[in-house]
Design a protein around this ligand. Structure first.
Ligand SMILES: NC(=O)c1ccc[n+]([C@@H]2O[C@H](COP(=O)([O-])OP(=O)(O)OC[C@H]3O[C@@H](n4cnc5c(N)ncnc54)[C@H](OP(=O)(O)O)[C@@H]3O)[C@@H](O)[C@H]2O)c1
Length: 249
């Protein structure tokens, strides 16, 4: 049995949940720490399962508390390293936010809310993780992005806040990759586009998507795990899709 763990942040996402299930069946990973807002602090963990649920409301204090809990549980379970991290958080719409078709629909509040969840939250995790993932063994960290966050690929416009928050995420990740390459040389960072996947996020916009182009969360999880298994630690940020193809910045 391996002595390494996977950490899935935003594990309440459909793709995050599929990743938890996928790694639960994988001998390369002994424990899966599934972090989500959706869990209550007293949510029961099933002792038979290798998935351990951890609550976080994504404030900085709660991020550090969640990581302290993971550290303690790793010690108790004789786990040496974190070899895989996925940060899945991202919204396109919620009760307050809807993707803008016209510039008049932009509001400061919705821009700030989308940036907070899509760009700031992943960075707070990367900030808190840098000392924890540093190790003699390799660790691959995937942060969920979207092709629509590509500036070079933006031909149709619209969806201002989602696009901009994901483009900003790439700049933040690129900057983090440079610092991680100095301070945590064992880490590979990936900015990942899952493809259009059948989840709550894409549900209202699936009408125009051909059936063969709409993936299941399990399909995406399978592809991402294979991609993470074959990454070389090169100190670079890779912006790639589910087929491991590079996306233009
Ligand atoms: N589905 C697609 O077609 C598609 C396409 C391109 C990119 N993506 C990206 O893939 C990632 C996963 O999305 P999904 O399709 O699996 O969507 P989903 O099922 O709707 O998951 C939403 C994710 O966002 C997090 N979240 C929601 N509200 C939040 C808040 N207020 N504060 C912090 N986190 C919050 C959730 O974390 P909790 O577990 O804490 O609830 C969860 O990780 C996202 O980053 C998305 O942008 C998806």
């Amino acid at each position: 049995m391996s002595d390494s763990a996977a950490v899935i942040i935003g594990a309440g996402s459909s793709i995050g949940s599929a990743l938890c299930q996928r790694w639960q069946r994988d001998d390369a990973v002994s424990r899966v720490f599934a972090v989500s807002r959706k869990l209550e602090a007293d949510d029961e963990n099933n002792e038979e399962s290798s998935i351990i649920k951890i609550h976080s409301d994504y404030t900085e204090a709660s991020i550090y508390k969640a990581l302290e809990t993971i550290k303690t549980l790793m010690l108790e379970n004789h786990l040496q390293t974190i070899s895989r991290v996925c940060i899945c958080n991202g919204i396109l719409h919620n009760d307050n936010v809807w993707p803008e078709k016209r510039i008049e629909e932009l509001t400061a509040d919705s821009l700030l809310e989308v940036f907070t969840i899509n760009s700031v939250t992943p960075m707070l995790w990367l900030k808190a993780l840098i000392t924890m993932v540093k190790s003699p063994s390799d660790c691959v960290i995937t942060v969920f992005n979207a092709r629509i966050g590509s500036i070079g690929d933006n031909r149709s416009g619209g969806w201002y806040s989602y696009r901009a928050s994901k483009a900003a995420l790439n700049m933040l990740l690129k900057t983090a990759a440079i610092e991680y390459a100095r301070r945590a040389k064992n880490v590979k960072l990936i900015s990942f586009h899952p493809g259009t996947t059948d989840t709550a996020l894409s549900k209202p916009f699936q009408g125009s998507v051909k059936k063969e182009n709409l993936f299941t969360p399990d399909y995406v999880a399978e592809h991402l795990v294979a991609i993470m298994n074959t990454q070389q630690v090169d100190g670079e940020l890779s912006f790639i899709d589910w087929e491991n193809k590079a996306i233009v910045w």
